[in-house]
Design a protein around this ligand. Structure first.
Ligand code: GTR
Length: 400
């Protein structure tokens, strides 16, 4: 009873803080019908050969935007190498990738940390960070990133670096602003402006999430050539807006062995049609640059979307995917995130894998699932040790 009362109080206070027109009340969720993943009678082969590509193309055109043809002549410069990092248990390598092979164009600065004791190439987590590589651990050996306002190790709690290394995995990260600054600047800066003149853009041109995603794939290009890493076991990870990005990266680049999407919310794993917490209208007002212009037309018209976010999760099949929510993150609609993971299940079954394996949301702090996994962590919008413990298990059981 006590915990029920507590939940009521939390929900009410979240509600008061919400902007007008938005809510976190289950009773206000409209009735909706989810678009079918595939027509009845579809075979695994039909999905792989045609339907998957058709679904992907819809998300491209109507939501994340189409990436222009970019001549990939990225050049790589090896930077700092430390063979006794973290007291000798890890190898650190920094790498700078000129994304367009042009000294003046954007550079993706990767921080790669792998276990020193590894007997061969290791599976890794690859994820963009919000504030610079130097924020993921307090060590002075990490080159200070672009955003020098952020302190060393400021975001260490979100990265669990030593725990990852101790378990035998690697961690690879880069500042997301290396690819495109998170600003609504008419796509003049970053990879968009460098790859294509802003005048050439149309309503289906790529937004920032597609830009970050494209950059992650360039990171993967390098990891495929870097000996300490097993390029066939790179799991793309992201939190919040970067959790939306990790889902899109897994959908667009099938070389990613798995996807982890932490508290991704609207435009990520949360079903748009629920319009609970952050809505399509709201996200396009607050962050008009994240998606393509076509997506803006679906504000308050979620029913007209030709897809919903369960289909984004389905695009990752048959590879492992983890969708994680937090109880105090009602803005991201935990139930909507759960439902997208659940309703992606039939694709996994079609391809011979197990989806979530249960229809009801699990209890708080209980991880569930087969190849599709889900949990609802207690606490706020964040990445905590509990989340990482589940992601390490996911690595052990589904990737390693
Ligand atoms: C919020 C936004 C969310 C989420 C989050 C984040 O302001 O409304 O969609 O992505 O930012 O990325 O931190």
């Amino acid at each position: 009873m006590r915990s029920f009362l507590f939940c009521t109080v939390v929900c009410c206070s979240a509600l008061q803080a919400l902007p007008p027109g938005l809510h976190t009340e289950e009773s206000k969720v409209p009735d909706f019908v989810l678009p079918a993943l595939f027509p009845e009678g579809t075979s695994a082969e039909d999905w792989q050969k045609n339907l998957r590509a058709e679904t992907l193309a819809l998300f491209e055109k109507e939501m994340f935007g189409v990436v222009p043809a970019i001549e990939r002549k990225g050049t790589v410069e090896l930077g700092r190498k430390v063979s006794d990092f973290l007291g000798g248990k890890a190898l650190l390598q920094e790498v700078s990738i000129s994304l367009l092979g042009d000294e003046k164009g954007p550079k993706l600065n990767l921080l790669i940390v792998t276990p020193a004791a590894a007997k061969g190439p290791v599976p890794v987590f690859l994820g963009l960070n919000f504030k610079g590589n130097h924020t993921v651990h307090s060590s002075e050996l990490i080159t200070m990133g672009e955003d020098q306002k952020a302190g060393r190790g400021e975001r260490a709690a979100r990265w669990h670096l030593e725990g990852v290394i101790d378990r035998g995995y690697g961690l690879v990260t880069a500042f997301y602003g290396d690819i495109d600054l998170d600003e609504n600047d008419g796509f003049k800066d970053g990879i968009h402006g460098a790859a294509e003149s802003p005048e050439k853009r149309d309503d289906s041109s790529w937004g920032s999430i597609a830009g970050w995603t494209w950059g992650l794939s360039r990171g993967l290009d390098f990891l495929e050539t870097y000996e300490p890493v097993d390029g066939s076991k790179v799991v793309v990870f992201g939190h919040s807006r970067l959790g939306k990005t990790s889902l899109w990266a897994g959908a667009t680049d099938e070389r990613f062995a798995g996807v982890i999407s932490n508290n991704s919310g609207c435009g990520g794993a949360a079903l748009s049609r629920r319009a609970y917490g952050e809505t399509v209208a709201r996200i396009n007002t607050s962050f008009p640059h994240w998606f393509c212009k076509n997506f803006h037309a679906y504000g308050l018209k979620e029913d007209e979307l030709p897809f919903d976010q369960h289909q984004l999760v389905a695009l990752i099949a048959p590879r492992p995917v983890y969708v994680a929510s937090a109880q105090g993150d009602q803005w991201a609609d935990p139930k909507g995130e759960f439902l997208a993971a659940k309703h992606a299940g039939p694709i996994y079954q079609l391809l011979g894998k197990k989806g979530l394996g249960q229809d009801e949301m699990p209890a708080v702090d209980e991880a569930i699932g087969g190849t599709v996994r889900y949990h609802l962590r207690s606490g706020k919008h964040d990445v905590k040790v509990y989340d990482w413990e589940q992601y390490l298990k996911f690595m052990d059981e589904l990737i390693r």
